[in-house]
Structure formats: structure tokens, C-alpha cells
Design a protein. Structure first.
Length: 215
């Protein structure tokens, strides 16, 4: 389903909440769609990754201790989603559905789940990802240093070869080969570096999403 269909269905199943709470949640998922589009995904792919809007709404209601509205199969629940549902709410005022409902009626398991999510992300980063990223950055950085050094080797050979009185032609022959190897290494390292940076951005966004309570 596209973004409008997803948000409309999510809004329908969130009707037991207040308008401010619904607006906040819809805005939160609008941001998820915006982040997905920046990553090059279409609306159908993003909605598929987010999951079924009905299941998402029921999970939120369950965390808040709010009973969902019983579905009436004889009535149509479809309604058009418009920007007025979110424009009327100031998102800088905080997290309304947490303030109004979460503290007095929160599911007892919600705190434990959040604790496990946050602890898992922190422990994963501290014991594994930091060292893994450090090794990858060191390897890629070393590759760039070696490649650039090889490319600059003909110029270095001329400078130091003349000043030291060494056979400059022999050095140039060897360093030209090294320069070619450096250029090939540069062509290989460039896409690898771009791919690594893209993965690092996606992983960082995922960490922030989990820490903020996303999926």
C-alpha cells in the first residue's frame, strides 16, 4: 500500500486515542516514510517494511492499556487522510500519548521491552560494532593511504632519486607500475567506501530509531 493508504488505515485503528495522540503517531510514521524515501525506497516498500497498520495500532493500544474499538463489518471505516490531521498539532510540545496514558495504564512488559531494546543496542555497539567498525575504517583508510602513495610514487622517485643520485629511470619504471596499481586500487576503493558510508548511515538511523522506541 502507498503512504496515504497506510496512514489512513493506521488512523482508523487508533481512534480510541485522543486527536493529539493520533496526530503525533501519524507524524512519527510520516517521518519514517520521509527517511525511507531519502534512502531511495518507494512508498510500497516502506509500508511493507513497517508492517500491517492494524497490527501496529493494536500494539500501541496494548502498550497504553487502551482497548481497541470492535470492528463493525457492516460499516465502512474508510476515510480520506488529509494534512489537517497533523497540521493542527504542535509536535514540539512533547510526546502526548506517553504523557496522557502510558504512565498510569502502561503495560507492565513495556518497560522491560524498552530496557531490553536500549540495552541490546548499547551492548551490541560497545562489545561488537565499535571494534568491527574500527577495523573496517582502519582497513579502508590504509587502502586509501597505500593507493595514494602508489599514485604519488613516480613524483617521489624523481625528487628523491635525483637528490640521492640513484638510477632515476629504473625507479621511474618501478614506480609507474606502482602508480598503475594505485589507480586500480582507487577504482576499487571508491565504491567500497561509498557502500560502507551508506551502510553506516543506515545502521546509525536504525540505532536512533530503536533508542527512540521505533522498530
Amino acid at each position: 500500500m502507498n503512504k496515504e493508504h497506510f496512514l489512513t488505515e493506521l488512523k482508523i485503528y487508533l481512534r480510541p486515542l485522543t486527536s493529539g495522540q493520533i496526530s503525533y503517531i501519524l507524524h512519527m510514521y510520516e517521518e519514517k516514510f520521509a527517511l525511507g524515501k531519502k534512502a531511495g525506497k518507494d512508498e510500497y516498500t516502506i509500508s511493507k517494511e513497517l508492517g500491517n497498520p492494524k497490527d501496529i495500532a493494536y500494539q500501541i493500544l496494548d502498550e497504553l492499556g487502551v482497548e481497541p474499538i470492535q470492528e463493525n463489518k457492516n460499516d465502512s471505516d474508510w476515510e480520506e487522510f488529509t494534512s489537517q490531521t497533523t497540521d493542527s498539532y504542535d509536535y514540539r510540545t512533547g510526546h502526548p500519548y506517553q504523557e496522557d496514558h502510558l504512565q498510569p495504564t502502561a503495560n507492565k512488559n513495556s518497560f522491560f521491552i524498552r530496557f531490553c531494546q536500549v540495552s541490546g543496542v548499547l551492548l551490541l555497539n560497545f562489545f561488537f560494532m565499535i571494534w568491527f567498525l574500527f577495523i573496517l575504517i582502519a582497513l579502508i583508510g590504509s587502502g586509501w593511504v597505500v593507493a595514494l602513495t602508489f599514485i604519488a610514487s613516480p613524483f617521489l622517485a624523481v625528487i628523491f632519486g635525483v637528490s640521492m643520485g640513484v638510477n632515476t629511470l629504473l625507479q621511474l619504471f618501478v614506480t609507474l607500475i606502482l602508480c598503475g596499481v594505485g589507480l586500480i586500487g582507487l577504482l576499487i576503493l571508491s565504491p567500497i567506501t561509498k557502500f560502507f558510508i551508506h551502510l553506516l548511515k543506515q545502521y546509525t538511523l536504525w540505532c536512533f530509531s530503536v533508542l527512540k522506541g521505533g522498530s
